[in-house]
Design a binder for this molecule. Structure first.
Ligand code: SF4
Length: 334
């Protein structure tokens, strides 16, 4: 446990947490909405500092990041808690737990995490993932600073629901972001995820403004966010606000946790792929095997650059991030 960043004292020994847009007002002895930040004697603490629930080496494609050091391996760590409460969360056992409820946390100092990451020769860095890293911000930042000194890359897999000040502070240390854009209506965010859309859009704009590498994942859920018009509105917004080189992963939903809707039809995914391709250069289909939406082609000359089969990645037509045939820049790193 460690003292938290980004909070103020309030009346009657309450604390106001300014880390994410919930801005929770927390009474003494209570936790915030994310279940892992607690008011103890009028001061705010991050309870999961130095506490992880899992760690291991993953393909970078699993984050998913397809344009950041393609074909590489990244050390991935996660803890518990989340500032969203998505009814379809795949990791709800860890994301919707407090330290009192989840009994399998283990201690690992930032130094130990970096040491583990350095143990594998071809590992490119550390991914903060599995649960929302915003809610263990201080721990993530301390690891990221040490990792940077060791020339490791830092990757944040996030729902993007974070306030601007803490986000800006990450710009110096985090190299790439995988951001979930769960839907493009405030209603969905409110009813399905207990959050708001607007701050997530602001996060994406900040990443773009700071020239950060980021890729967006949109999980398409049957009868919840599979409206064609709204999807196209979202894709147009991405193209106009973030640029048409923004990478979009359209992901298939399967029933899980509290949501029992049918799995998304492959027909819908293929239709959305075609819609997205009208506006964006790099669109992929995830969570299902389809012929379309797996490989990367050069948007300038059409050359096949990367062939993918699930997490098996064969880099073919690129050199130092550029198309070998025409020299167009497509990738960060690799
Ligand atoms: S990080 Fe947690 S405690 Fe802080 S505002 Fe967000 S949900 Fe509330």
């Amino acid at each position: 446990m460690q003292k938290a960043s980004f909070w103020n004292k309030s009346e009657n020994n309450k604390t106001i947490c300014n880390l994410c847009p919930h801005n929770c007002i927390i009474s003494e002895g209570k936790r915030g909405n994310c279940r892992v930040r607690k008011n103890i004697n009028g001061e705010l603490f991050t309870e999961t500092y130095g506490q992880i629930c899992s760690a291991g080496f993953d393909p970078i494609e699993k984050k998913p990041l397809y344009h950041f050091f393609p074909g590489s391996i990244i050390f991935s760590v996660g803890s518990i808690g989340c500032n969203l409460h998505c009814k379809f969360c795949q990791n709800w056992e860890i994301s919707q737990s407090s330290p009192d409820e989840f009994l399998h946390l283990r201690s690992a100092s930032p130094q130990e995490i970096v040491k583990s990451a350095l143990n594998k020769k071809d590992n490119i860095g550390i991914a903060y993932t599995y649960n929302e890293p915003t809610v263990w911000y201080e721990y993530m930042l301390d690891i990221a600073k040490l990792a940077k000194n060791e020339n490791l890359k830092n990757v944040m897999v996030t729902n993007g629901f974070i306030n601007q000040e803490p986000l800006e502070k990450l710009m110096e240390y985090v190299d790439a972001f995988s951001v979930d854009l769960k839907a493009f209506t405030e209603d969905f965010y409110k009813n399905i995820s207990s959050a708001k859309l607007h701050p997530v859009k602001e996060t994406l704009k900040t990443l773009h403004k700071n020239n950060k590498h980021f890729e967006i994942t949109n999980l398409v859920i049957t009868d919840e966010n599979d409206n064609e018009k709204v999807f196209e509105e979202m894709v147009k917004w991405i193209a106009s606000e973030l640029g048409n080189d923004t990478v979009l992963h359209i992901s298939r939903y399967y029933p899980t946790y509290k949501l029992k809707n049918k799995p998304t039809s492959v027909k819908t995914l293929l239709n959305f792929y075609e819609i997205a391709k009208k506006h964006l250069n790099y669109v992929y289909i995830g969570n299902v095997s389809t012929e379309k939406g797996q490989n990367t082609y050069c948007p300038k000359c059409g050359e096949l650059l990367i062939q993918r089969n699930r997490y098996f990645t064969q880099v073919e037509g690129i050199e130092t991030g550029k198309c070998k045939k025409c020299g167009h820049r497509v990738f960060s790193g690799g």
